[in-house]
Design a protein around this ligand. Structure first.
Ligand code: CP
Length: 353
């Protein structure tokens, strides 16, 4: 495994960022050898590979903490393209920030204002980006499976930043990183090398349309956590019984003693029918208010991937209250995406296939 500071000369001097990150390279976790070339779905990561990503994010966080210039030279000379066909605030900005903090050249492509409006296909857009030398393409698309198609057309690494109702693997990784920080202890040594064994995470809401839920169930299961999904029957996908988790319609019972409640946005824009009678009725059955918040374990945390429908799936007093880690999730997203870009784009991923 190459160092995060490979080829940077003085950066590897004792006490430098490079020296601090040598500890990542020295890690013996087999997961580093098990990393995929592309990150298209949470299932691309074995337990060991997922832990390798989380551990790398911990080391990156350690290496840049307290530094005036929070930048590493690792991807200098590499080009990362953010290809966003669907709206995003958190994911787009955090991938851009992550790539820039690794010193990559970053191109932000938004379908709006591009030749997509003239009818250019995803394939022709991808080939155009490849001709310009993209080493990695981070793609968000409203069509489930678009990142998989892209991976067949371009030579560089493809990272799925959310495709339709299918997968959002880096959201699941940043959620796991946040869970590990809160549930495994305050010291890095308590977390590195560990999963989330026996921790109970309750995921609540619009499971049917949620790529966050799909990726989280897969990743949390791989990391050893117990997952319970809670939703009205109309917002559960066909085949959910086959997923590695339990399903409940009783939110109060599911939350009792849980380590975390992950609330999901009701995705009105993907709904073409009446999935519940009224917003008020949804909130009564599946919203997290202060009474329900008190059912979670005392050390438990409240999560939401954002954007939130305040007052619907989560009460403002809970979103902004004790144990809410919503903004921490956003901050952790930058660190975790730096780890993903570093591990997959620095050359290690491509060499392994
Ligand atoms: N959580 C998430 O994917 O948010 P954005 O849609 O703002 O990227």
């Amino acid at each position: 495994m190459t160092s995060l500071a490979t080829g940077t000369g003085p950066a590897t001097a004792p006490g430098s960022v490079g020296a601090a990150l040598e500890t990542v390279s020295a890690a013996t976790n087999d997961g580093y050898a098990d990393l995929p070339r592309h990150l298209l779905a949470a299932s691309d990561l074995s337990r060991e590979a997922a832990i390798a990503v989380l551990d790398t994010a911990e080391r990156i966080d350690q290496a840049i903490a307290g530094r005036e210039v929070r930048k590493l030279p690792t991807l200098r000379g590499r080009t990362v393209v953010n290809l966003f066909y669907e709206d995003s605030t958190r994911t787009r900005i955090s991938f851009e920030l992550a790539a820039k903090r690794l010193s990559a050249d970053v191109i932000n492509f938004s379908a709006k204002g591009s030749s997509v409006s003239k009818g250019e296909s995803l394939k022709d857009t991808a080939l155009t980006l490849q001709a310009m030398g993209a080493d990695a393409v981070v793609i968000r698309h409203s069509a489930s499976g678009a990142p998989h198609r892209l991976a067949g057309w371009v030579a560089g690494t493809v990272i799925n930043a959310g495709d339709g109702t299918h997968e959002h693997p880096t959201q699941a990784l940043l959620d796991a990183f946040t869970l590990r920080r809160h549930l495994l202890g305050g010291a890095v040594r308590d977390r590195v090398g560990n999963g989330l064994d026996a921790r109970h995470v309750v995921i609540v809401g619009d499971i049917l349309h949620s790529r966050v839920a799909r990726s989280n169930v897969t990743l949390l299961h791989a990391l050893g956590a117990r997952v319970t999904l809670v939703a009205p029957p109309t917002l559960l996908p066909v085949g959910v019984d086959e997923w590695p988790c339990s399903v409940s319609y009783d939110l109060d019972a599911a939350l009792a003693g849980a380590d975390a409640a992950m609330m999901l946005r009701v995705q009105k824009e993907r709904m073409d029918g009446a999935f519940f009678p009224t917003a008020r009725e949804y909130t009564r059955g599946y919203g997290l208010d202060l009474r329900r918040r008190a059912l979670i374990a005392p050390h438990g945390i409240v999560m939401h991937p954002g954007p939130m429908n305040r007052g619907m799936e989560i009460a403002p007093a809970v979103a902004d209250g004790e144990g809410s880690v919503v903004t921490e999730q956003v901050a952790n997203g930058v660190t975790v995406r730096m780890a993903v870009l570093y591990l997959l784009v620095s050359g290690e991923g491509a060499d392994r296939v």
